[in-house]
Design a binder for this molecule. Structure first.
Ligand SMILES: NC(=O)c1ccc[n+]([C@@H]2O[C@H](COP(=O)([O-])OP(=O)(O)OC[C@H]3O[C@@H](n4cnc5c(N)ncnc54)[C@H](O)[C@@H]3O)[C@@H](O)[C@H]2O)c1
Ligand SMILES: [Zn+2]
Length: 443
């Protein structure tokens, strides 16, 4: 049934997950790859019996929707394929990672919508020259009779109400109705805007993420979508999980090096939070990952997506555990706010992770060498591992701290932090003293 000759490589990654809620690293089912099909995901401690882990191994054991995916793998030249599944109350969804998936996209959409559904692809205008929107449109046209595509100007400024309003008009012009599909093709910016439009148009329609940046592995999983207001980032949004995440690592070949580094920051973050094996993997392959080796990149994405998938499967609406994903972001968001546009998101998060590790050391939660371990890996993937001098003077530190008090996680203007205590383990500290934070930022 399966022509395995067509599949040059099927990767298998078995990340070891050490949970913060599970110091032994042995949460039930967390190391297995079998899918938990009975829906009984959580025990009394909120641990997943199986947080939706799934592997496509090409051996012909899959059933149902898996058959469609297997079909796609077998008949097309797709490589380095990894699959995982994310639990969501609106419906579990697949994350498929591999090479040459864009041209085979129609095969993966069979479970997304019926063939008579209208499809609107919203893509980053910068991708047009590389031909990705056309490739995707051509593939989807094999399955759907109505496929439109519309571009979004590149950059964070597009996460606006004005762009959302323009896109609603495009949805109407393309004849979208409640059973239609919006497909986001691009980085986190397109994913957030297109997802926001999908969450709100006709009270919410189907949504698919086709990420084209490394960073978007973080943004495309978990269902958070948002636009910005002039007063701040992501202030208007929704939880609107995708029906599918289709990640073609071939598209990452054209990604500028700074954006590659930026995405690696979030993967390093996932390693520090929950998977020392992922941290070691990045450390072992830093240079090849920076160069964009497709096989290693696919494995990196699978492992890093798995951490995010595990966490959001356990805490879909950020009522607790999910907050650990904010490692590096309390300081990082403040850096982004003060030095607007000077750093990629990943660079700001990298600086944030170093500062927050220093806070952990000052609080006696972590050993001092944790800071240098994190700094070394950041440097190797081309990320800053210190605050710049311009943000280290007393006035700038005061401003950074003032911004941190505005963080969504801050209650009564406290200084809340997710802090690493060792590789693979973090804890939430709701209120750290200003003296400690000031000292750590100046270190
Ligand atoms: N929803 C979430 O959970 C979540 C999580 C993290 C970040 N985000 C959001 O994601 C955004 C950042 O995402 P991003 O870093 O992907 O930014 P981005 O979408 O702006 O992409 C970065 C740059 O890369 C270019 N680009 C994209 N794909 C390319 C490709 N394949 N080849 C060449 N160039 C390409 C884009 O044109 C852009 O210039 C922020 O707005 C952030 O708030 C959301
Ligand atoms: Zn981030």
């Amino acid at each position: 049934m399966t022509d395995e000759a067509e599949i040059t490589r099927m990767e298998r990654s078995t990340p070891r997950i050490i949970g913060v809620d599970d110091p032994d690293g042995d949460a039930a089912g967390m190391n297995g790859w079998a899918e938990n099909g009975d829906g009984s995901a959580e025990d009394a401690n909120g641990r997943a019996e199986s947080a939706g882990r799934h592997e496509e191994n090409g051996n012909g054991h899959a059933e149902g929707p898996d058959d469609q995916a297997k079909d796609a793998f077998s008949r097309l030249h797709v490589h380095h394929v990894h699959r995982l599944r994310v639990k969501a109350s609106a419906g579990d969804y697949d994350v498929v990672i591999g090479s040459q998936l864009l041209a085979a996209a129609d095969r993966f959409f069979e479970a997304v919508a019926p063939a008579d559904a209208a499809v609107l692809i919203i893509f980053d205008e910068a991708l047009a020259t590389a031909g990705y929107p056309q490739t995707l449109r051509t593939a989807l046209s094999l399955r759907f009779s109505s496929v439109h595509a519309v571009s979004l100007p590149t950059g964070e400024a597009s996460k606006s109400l004005q762009q959302a309003e323009r896109l609603y008009a495009e949805c109407l012009a393309a004849g979208l109705d409640r059973k239609s599909v919006i497909v986001a093709l691009g980085g986190g910016v397109v994913g957030d805007v297109a997802g926001f439009v999908a969450a709100t148009f006709m009270r919410g329609i189907r949504f698919v993420q086709v990420p084209t940046t490394l960073l978007a592995h973080d943004a495309s999983i978990g269902g958070k979508v948002a636009i910005n207001l002039p007063q701040g980032k992501n202030l208007v949004g929704a939880f609107h999980p995708p029906r599918l995440v289709l990640y073609d690592v071939e598209t990452l070949r054209t990604l500028p090096p700074a954006e590659r580094s930026s995405g690696l920051a979030e993967a390093i973050k996932h390693g520090i939070i929950r998977d020392p094996g992922l941290f070691a993997f990045i450390s072992a392959h830093a240079e090849a990952l920076l160069e964009g080796d497709p096989s290693l990149t696919a494995e990196l994405l699978a492992r890093s997506c798995q951490v995010k998938a595990d966490i959001v499967s356990l805490d879909e609406r950020e009522s607790g555990l999910r907050a650990i994903l904010n490692l590096g972001h309390t300081v990082g968001h403040a850096v982004e706010a003060l030095a607007y546009g000077a750093y990629t998101h990943g660079a700001a998060v990298a600086m944030g992770m170093v500062c927050e590790a220093r806070i952990a050391v000052r609080l006696g939660l972590a050993q001092p060498d944790l800071v240098s371990t994190i700094q070394q890996i950041l440097a190797r993937v081309g990320l800053p591992n210190e605050l710049p001098d311009s943000l280290k003077n007393a006035a700038a530190i005061d401003e950074l701290i003032a911004h941190m008090r505005l963080d969504k996680k801050a209650i009564a203007r406290s200084l809340p932090f997710v802090l690493p205590d060792a590789l693979g383990s973090v804890r939430f500290m709701p209120a750290v003293s200003e003296e400690i934070v000031t000292a750590a930022l100046a270190d």
